[in-house]
Design a binder for this molecule. Sequence first.
Ligand code: UDP
Length: 370
Amino acid sequence: MKILNIVGARPNFIKVAPLHKAFRTYPAIESKIVHTGQHYDTQLSDIFFHQLDLPQPDYQLNVCPETPTRQTADILLKFEQVLLTEQPDWILVVGDVTSTLACALAASQAGVCIAHVEAGLRSGDRQMPEERNRTITDALAELLFVTEPAGLHNLRREGISDGRVHFVGNVMIDTLAQYRQKANELDTVGAMGLISGSYVLMTMHRPSNVDSEEGLNRILKIVEETACRKTVLFSLHPRTKASLLRNGLMMRLMAIPNVRLLEPQGYLEFLNLMEHATAIITDSGGIQEETTYLNVPCLTFRNSTERPVTVELGTNHLLADLNPETVRQKLTEILEGRAKMGSVPPLWDGQTAGRIAEIMHNTPIRIKKA
Ligand code: UDP
C-alpha cells in the first residue's frame, strides 16, 4: 500500500512527522512525503524537518507564494503529475491549510482515496479560509480521523457515514510528548536569560487579525496592556511582520517597553517557551491544543474556536469580543493564580499516529484508481 503524505505549512510538518514514522513500522506500507512549498523558508519549514527527524520530501512542488486561489491552481496542476507518476493508494492530508484542500481535490479527481487527519473540526465561521478548507476536505475524504468528540458530532450532522470516521486522538500531541524532554534539555528559556513563569508568550497570524490596520491596532493594545505587567515574547509570523511594516506600525510595536520580538521559532525552542510561559496569547489553532496538554493558560484572540474541548476541558479562554479589557481581566486571574486548571482530553496520549497507521493498514481500498 502506497501513501503520499502531504505537507505544506508549519503545522503540517508537526502532524505528519509521527504519522510517517508510524507507517514505516509496517513493511506493507510505502510512505512518501510531498511538500507543496506553501511555506518554504528555513524558519517555517526546513528547521522542522531537521528537528522532527523527518526525511527530505520525496517531492517538492515549489508552488507560487501568491494568493490562495493561485496557490490552489498551481498545486492542482503539479500534484496531478505526482499522482500520475506515483499511482498511490492513499493520500493523507492534515489540518486545514490551502495545500490540504488542493491536494484532496486533485486526488479526488484522480480517484485516489483520501485520509484526513484532524477531521470534523468546525468553528462555524465560514469567513475563515481554514473553515472552508476543512469542510470541503471532509466531504471528499474516505477516512476521517477525529481529534475530539465535537468532531464526531459535526461530521454526523453533515451526513458523513460513521463507518468512515474514527476518533483517534491528536497527532500534534504525539509530537509534543515525544519531543518535550529534548526541548527542555535545549533550555531556550535559560538561553534567553529568562526564568520559568516570568513572561507571556504571543503569536498572531490569522488574516482576520493581522491583515488590516484595525486588527493590528487591537493587537498592539493587547501587547501594551500585557507588557505593563509581564515581559512579552512575541514570535512574529512573516504575515504579521509584513502587515506591520505595510501599515507603518512596526516602530510602534518596537517602542513598547518590556517586549521582545522574536523571529518564528523552531519547534523545540517554541515548545520550551510554551511550557514555561505564565500564559500564551494567540490566534493559532495548534497552540490552543498544545497549551491544554501542557496545562498553560491560553487566551485565544478569536470569536470562535473549532477546538471546543480546549475550552471545555483544557486551559483555553476565548476572548470573544477581542477586547483589551477582557485580556486585562483574564491576565489578572492568571497572575493571581486563579486560572482554571485543565485536564488532558481523551486519547491525547501520544499514541494517535499508531492508531491511524493500524486503521489504514487494515482498510481495504474502496475506490479504483482512475
Ligand atoms: N510554532 C513554532 N514556532 C513558533 C510559533 C509556533 O514551532 O514560533 C508551532 C506551535 O508550537 C504549533 C504550530 O507551530 O505546533 C502551530 O502553527 P501555526 O500557529 O502556524 O498554525 P495553526 O495551528 O494556527 O494552523
